[in-house]
Design a protein around this ligand. Structure first.
Ligand code: XLS
Ligand code: NI
Ligand code: NI
Length: 437
């Protein structure tokens, strides 16, 4: 079989002293961290779209990267692309992948043709999965690229667009089930608005919930036991996206009774677009019992869009893995690199180097997060900070045993609270010590 990554070897762990660009410095898949091999903590996945499809086009310029895989016929190209993807994952030791329906199979002239292409590619990919042991993390449908979705999909003003999206989602769920995926993602690329002057916001949100309910009913009826995910994002491409952030999505899920079936797929760059830290989004999901999966990438703090860069910031990966460990790890989810190489990094080798940097950054984050937990100072500090709720009046508040009048009587008797320092600077130095010490 032709090699699409001839200059990329099978990438191995060589340790932090290695200068070999095609080696892992920190990702040592079988190394045990807190009782589990690294690869099970991290569950890395390849994003089909950025890795195999995106050619570097931006609003100001054409593609800089060849992504035709030497083929002109769309189906031959889809097969070559799949071969390239599985070669890549095998060489990097990536055990999962994620896809949109249109990443794996080309759109035909009619819906029937598109569906036939998808079915054929699902069987083709199933063959590659059986041969390599690589698994599907989650599937999704691209209900945002085609002009029929210019006003939205589930939230379109046009009921035929809603129906079309629903049909596409049905087939994408089938494909996910057929390939053994444990997750199905909704990322509402056009599910929002440009102006409220032309928008029935109430109906649009009700309809989005209707589409999700239909998807759950269908998936469950076909034996899908995995998680449905919503991937929050505040804006881009629309001015306002309904799935703004985790807290907003939780309100939506509870309002429509979808919270039993849906969890969150949290993307780092979407968190920062919503003016939250990545850790904030993960924490919000964790404390509400909806932590599911992660789209691993990072944004540029100077740019206001989804740059989807490969994650290299070890503070962020450490605090992310801290939340993942505290959540008890992934069950159906994993770390999907929803990240792309920069437009100027146009070679196939660059893709491997990018994944190596991202996987190493997360491995290092995992090691440091485990070290922070084992060190215990951060956890202990937080525990002590709230100690007043363990006894006396604090315990009565937590147990729901006091009224406002009783609290007033307590304040009259005890006067001003005695305050203690939050010690942010000290804690930041503890974190530095753990990461660099
Ligand atoms: C775009 C999203 C997208 C989803 C899948 O910003 O991150 O790539 O992950 O549709
Ligand atoms: Ni994403
Ligand atoms: Ni994104």
């Amino acid at each position: 079989m032709a090699s699409y990554f001839p200059t990329v070897p099978t990438v191995k762990y060589e340790g932090s002293k290695s200068k070999n660009p095609m080696a892992f410095k920190f990702y040592n898949p079988d190394q045990i961290i807190m009782g589990k091999p690294m690869k099970e903590h991290l569950k890395f996945a390849m994003s089909y779209w950025h890795t195999l499809c995106a050619g570097g086009r931006d609003p100001f310029g054409v593609e800089t990267m060849g992504r035709t895989y030497g083929q002109t016929d769309p189906m031959a190209q889809a097969k070559a692309k799949a071969d390239a993807g599985f070669e890549f994952m095998q060489k990097l030791g990536i055990e999962y992948f994620c896809f949109h329906d249109l990443d794996i199979a080309p759109e035909g002239a009619t819906f029937e043709e598109t569906r036939a292409n998808l079915l054929e590619m699902v069987e083709y990919i199933d063959g590659l999965m059986k041969k390599t042991g690589i698994k599907l993390l989650w599937g999704t449908a691209n209900c945002f690229g085609n002009p029929r979705y210019m006003h939205g999909a589930g939230t379109s003003c046009n009921a035929d667009s809603f129906a079309y999206a629903a049909s596409q989602i049905k087939n994408a769920i089938d494909a996910t089930i057929r390939l053994g995926g444990k997750g199905y993602v909704f990322w509402g690329g056009r599910e929002g608005y440009e102006t409220l002057l032309n928008t029935d916001m109430g109906l649009e949100l009700d309809n989005m919930a209707r589409l999700m309910k239909l998807a759950v009913a269908y998936g469950r009826s076909k034996g899908f036991t995995g998680d449905f995910y919503i991937e929050p994002k505040p804006k881009e491409p629309t001015k306002h996206q309904y799935d703004f952030d985790t807290a907003t999505v939780i309100g939506f899920l509870r309002k429509y009774g979808l919270d039993k079936d849906f969890k969150m797929n949290i993307e780092a760059n979407h968190a920062t677009l919503a003016m939250h830290t990545f850790q904030h989004e993960l924490r919000t999901a964790r404390i509400n019992g909806v932590f599911g999966s992660i789209d691993a990438n990072q944004g540029d703090y100077l740019l206001g869009w989804d740059t989807d860069q490969f994650p290299t910031n070890v503070y962020d990966t450490t605090l992310c893995m801290y939340e993942v460990l505290k959540a008890g790890g992934f069950t159906n989810g994993g770390l999907n690199f929803d990240a792309k190489v920069r437009r100027g990094s146009f070679t196939f080798e660059d893709i491997a180097l990018a994944y190596i940097s991202g996987m190493d950054a997360f491995a290092l984050g995992l090691i440091k997060a485990a070290a922070a937990i084992e060190d215990g100072r951060l956890d202990k500090f937080v525990e002590n900070r709230y100690a007043s709720y363990k006894t006396g009046i604090g315990k009565d508040i937590v147990d729901g045993k006091v009224t406002l009048e009783q609290l007033e009587a307590y304040t009259l008797k005890n006067g001003e609270p005695k305050m203690e320092s939050g010690k942010q600077e000290y804690l930041e130095s503890v974190l530095n010590e753990i990461i660099f010490g």
